[in-house]
Design a binder for this molecule. Structure first.
Ligand SMILES: Nc1ncnc2c1ncn2[C@@H]1O[C@H](COP(=O)(O)OP(=O)(O)OP(=O)(O)O)[C@@H](O)[C@H]1O
Ligand SMILES: [Mg+2]
Length: 325
């Protein structure tokens, strides 16, 4: 059985916000009790509509936003709201990120070799010769050339900049790469090139990816396991093939029905969701999807959202009726 690289235990992130100028502060529930298990070497997809908490969940694992409660286990540590800076440092050195926008995530006043090697510099390496050599060893792996090392990022296209960002993510020998919409700011023509590059690098460097995307066809194509989030809650998790074939919560079903299949025989009937998503501010403990769910009953509106049920091996769903299908 594959080793579990990262496991979250009821990971929760709330943001304190002001509801009005003089009002009491409210709680914006961005991620609520998230439980994910990412195995070493896999690509783990995270999907859900805008604002459902995908980036916040990734940011909590990266230490960019504070954890409110719960924890995650990774690289021999259990990290929670009380973890020390030293524990965070130990965990973070195994992780790197590739963000959506290669324009703003790379500093334009540095040359390519300086940008690629910056994480090593931050980790304490000060010998310029070593930094440059390490950048040079990676640049061709991401499809650029040695001549590019002394150029500036503004001289590159979006796809090439994302290649630079990927080389930068690899320089510290990170094992877990968190990709947050890595292709969505790019021209459609380079999407597949960047995805293929990520797939090739996974083999070469034995990487594990947490891959956030709105693009369900891409998630279906490249991920091994996935989770579906709705308004801060993980509604369904499992093998990607299983979830696409047999979605067990009405939200996942609605999401999957939006994909255009090549084969008309496998095309799902489109489920159009009506109504507005609830506010994430001070949400109820009942199912957050109930007000838009075509299958909701009174039970969904009054009872707390149930814990995840394993409805098939490694396929978990949270819905009062998921076992009935
Ligand atoms: N620093 C912050 N302070 C207050 N609220 C925040 C903060 N960061 C995110 N949020 C809120 O948390 C919720 C989740 O946001 P998040 O960016 O994680 O969503 P997302 O799923 O990544 O969306 P998208 O697909 O648009 O990138 C949203 O309601 C957002 O407004
Ligand atoms: Mg996001």
């Amino acid at each position: 059985m594959a080793e579990i690289l990262l496991k979250t235990n009821n990971l929760t992130v709330d943001f304190k916000i002001k509801k009005s100028l003089f009002g009491k502060p409210g709680r914006l529930s961005a991620v609520q009790n998230a439980n994910l298990e990412i195995k070493r070497g896999e690509i783990y997809g995270l999907v859900g509509e805008s604002g459902c908490g995908k980036t916040t969940l990734a940011n909590a694992i990266l230490g960019f936003v504070p954890i409110t409660s719960g924890s995650f286990e990774c690289f021999g540590h259990k990290i929670d709201a009380k973890s020390s800076a030293a524990e965070w440092r130990d965990v973070r050195r195994h992780m790197q990120t590739v963000f959506q926008d290669p324009y703003s995530s790379l500093t334009s006043r540095f040359t390519v070799w300086q940008i690629i090697s910056e994480p090593l510099y931050i980790a304490g390496e000060r010998d310029e010769r070593v930094l440059r050599e390490r950048a040079a060893a990676l640049i061709e792996k991401v499809g650029l050339s040695l001549q590019d090392l002394d150029r500036y990022v503004f001289e590159f296209s979006g796809g090439q900049r994302q290649r630079i960002a990927i080389a930068r993510a690899l320089i510290t020998n990170a094992e877990l790469i968190i990709c947050d919409e890595p292709t969505s700011a790019l021209d459609v023509s380079v999407h597949s090139q960047i995805c293929n590059l990520l797939l090739d690098l996974r083999e070469d460097f034995e990487l594990t990816y947490l891959f956030i995307s709105h693009n369900l066809s891409l998630i279906k194509h490249i991920t091994d396991h996935m989770s579906v989030m709705y308004l801060g809650e993980v509604m369904e998790s499992g093998s990607t093939a299983d979830i696409f074939k047999n979605p067990r919560t009405p939200y996942t079903e609605a999401l999957m029905s939006a994909i255009l299949e090549v084969n008309p025989k496998t095309q799902r009937e489109r489920i159009i969701l009506t109504g507005e998503a609830r506010s994430p501010i001070d949400p109820p403990s009942t199912c957050r999807f109930a007000n838009r769910c075509p299958k909701a009953t009174e039970l969904c509106r009054i009872s707390p959202l149930p814990s995840a049920v394993e409805i098939a091996p490694e396929h978990f769903a949270r819905c009062h009726f998921c076992a009935e299908k």
